[in-house]
Design a protein around this ligand. Structure first.
Ligand code: PMP
Length: 419
């Protein structure tokens, strides 16, 4: 194959109209026109196994979700200052998935906005400014949360109020090490005159390279930030909504109860809906003084999408499917890595798996890119992540079954064999 003339023209128009800040995946960009379950089809009718998309977590164009969206859109869609059942029903159902301590949820439209709101509420409540995040974290695009998103690159201003600590690395003492790093970051912050308000992390550390194990290692860091008068914010945009297979929320794997939980991506299976859950006392004074209004956040259509996603996760047993198929996939990749020096260090939880390419002990981002592009040509979509881009990132919709996971393994094997 290769780029058609029409696609080359579309890329040129795209660059002219959208400007220089956007990037397309793959050496040969993909042009999908239709999706269903774990599958995408391009304009020429070629089918691709989507093993990367965690937004359409219950499957592309799931009929229960699209029907719920269409039905509500055909009846009423308005802003959130009228009384309506939908945000209340949905909030109650979401909160029922969480520990009792988290008593309110507020709705936003993107993960960035959820994190941004979490920071505002935290800083307002504590009267403190300092935030600690991990070294290659991603928490979003607003001016405030891009300061906590070093994975965006060096140009992003870190901000005087932000300190970074090393992400976990899979080592045996990482819980104690993270807490020690956090203590150091807090001391440095205080030396500069800033009081710590929060430690925020993605509870599976996706953009740091996926470090979920051993479950429980987060507890000492959470304890420490509280002892220092700050709070713990769990960014569940990636691990939330049953992705990890072990639990509905990533923080549950660590046996901790966050003070705030932010969520997004799979929440509406592609319809923009996100939110922040929190301990009620945190938002009390903010609520009295600041007044919150979000035009689209938690509108009736967004809530219908969110409700339908929860239905599907339950009805189709997707948490269990993620655990079983994800575990099987990880074991299959482990077999492929057996005896290889260039590929290994398998890690994962549920249908979220990562593995590293190295060369002479150094991260090999070029090889990971080659494999990702080889697989794309072969009809299987994944990506690479981590500070050096050498970590394969495999994260299919939660409806992937074993036969499809086998196709994915075959594509990895073929890319490995292609040298
Ligand atoms: N937090 C995490 C952990 C994310 O992965 C992302 C998106 N990749 C965000 C926040 C931001 O979400 P959004 O793109 O919806 O603003």
């Amino acid at each position: 194959d290769g780029l058609s003339e029409a696609e080359a023209a579309l890329i040129a128009r795209r660059q002219k109209a959208l400007g220089p800040a956007y990037r397309l995946f793959y050496e040969q960009p993909l042009h999908p026109v239709r999706g269903e379950g774990v599958w995408l089809w391009d304009k020429g009718g070629k089918r691709y196994l989507d093993a990367y998309n965690n937004v359409v977590s219950v499957g592309h164009c799931h009929p229960h979700v699209t029907a719920a969206i269409a039905a509500q859109a055909g009846v009423l869609n308005t802003h959130t200052r009228y009384l309506h059942d939908a945000p209340v029903d949905y909030a109650e159902r979401l909160l029922a998935t969480m520990p009792d301590a988290l008593g309110h949820v507020m709705f936003t439209c993107t993960g960035s906005e959820a994190n941004d709101l979490a920071l505002r509420i935290t800083r307002a409540h504590l009267g403190r400014q300092g935030i600690i995040a991990t070294r290659n974290a991603y928490h979003g695009v607003t001016e405030a949360v891009s300061e906590l998103s070093p994975s965006l690159g060096d140009y992003v201003p870190r901000g005087a109020r932000v300190r970074l600590i090393d992400a976990p690395d899979g080592g045996p003492d990482q819980g104690a090490r993270m807490a020690a790093d956090l203590a150091r970051a807090i001391a440095e912050m205080r030396a500069g005159g800033t009081e710590p308000a929060a430690f925020i992390c993605d509870t599976v550390f996706s953009s740091d390279g996926l470090f979920p194990d051993p479950a429980g290692f987060l507890a000492p860091a959470v304890e420490l930030i509280r002892a220092e008068g700050g709070i713990f914010i769990a960014d569940e945009v990636q691990p939330g909504f049953a992705r990890t297979g072990d639990a509905f929320w990533g923080f549950q794997r660590h046996g901790v109860v966050p003070d705030m939980v932010t969520m997004g991506k799979p929440m509406g299976n592609g319809f923009p809906v996100s939110g922040v859950a929190m301990r009620p006392e945190l938002v009390q004074d903010f609520g009295e003084k600041a007044r919150y209004f979000n035009t689209f956040g938690g509108n009736p259509v967004a809530c219908a999408a969110g409700m339908a996603v929860l239905d599907v996760i339950e009805d189709e047993g997707l948490q269990e499917n993620s655990r079983v198929v994800g575990g099987w996939l990880k074991a299959g990749l482990q077999d492929l890595a057996e005896g290889r020096e260039d590929f290994g260090n398998l890690r994962g939880c549920g249908l979220f798996v990562a593995a590293d390419f190295t060369r002479d002990g150094q991260p090999d981002g070029a090889r990971a890119r080659q494999v990702v592009n080889h697989m794309r040509q072969n009809g299987v979509l994944i990506s690479a992540t981590g500070p050096a881009g050498n970590m394969l990132k495999i994260r299919p919709p939660l409806v992937m079954r074993q036969a499809e996971a086998q196709m994915l393994l075959d594509a990895v094997a073929a890319a490995l064999a292609a040298g």
